[in-house]
Design a protein around this ligand. Sequence first.
Ligand code: TMP
Length: 205
Amino acid sequence: MTFITFEGIEGSGKTTQIKLLMAWLQTRTERALLTREPGGTAIGEQVRAILLNPDNTEMTPEAEILLFSAARAQIVREVIRPRLEEGWIVICDRFADSTLAYQGYGHGLPLDDLLQITEFATGGLWPDLTIYLDLDVETGLRRKAATPEEWNRMEAQAIDFHKRVRAGYLALAKQNPDRWLVIDADQPVEAIQAQIRARVEGLLG
Ligand code: TMP
């Protein structure tokens, strides 16, 4: 059982890299599952719709973190844990570290509170490996602006917010270097994918 998460700011290329990794994993095993946060379950997708609705401008950061956590509590118990227990490799597009980076470092909610809420939501499940695609905020947002995007509510945040998120990710990675693989995302797609596969291959043995 191996639980791998991907993290990064908007436009860091997570989706592209995850797709390539999944295609490669599927040549090696039939037991690889891709899922995403928030979402990945019927309940989680409904919560996602609330979170991304651009009309919900009055949503407080506290309400936001509880909604993210509700979706997470559901996916952990309904999908992630059962699959891990059956020996699957589970890849998740964002997980608890997104909450620490966005709601904690980005919005300034106390990290201790967020950790407590997150531990409750996940039942203490943390990834075996977190792949963080690091990119400067201007490049990320420029890339993102070029593609159609559903997360208008989140992306409307000021550039300083995204800079705090990035700094937060780097701080989290530094605190836990064994779990985090930090990759410079300003490289060709294939070069990034090669680094990801090398690490995942090592992990799978
Ligand atoms: P994505 O499609 O890039 O994964 O977008 C998800 C958005 O939700 C992104 O702006 C990050 C944000 N987010 C949080 O703020 N906190 C969280 O816990 C999660 C999972 C995502």
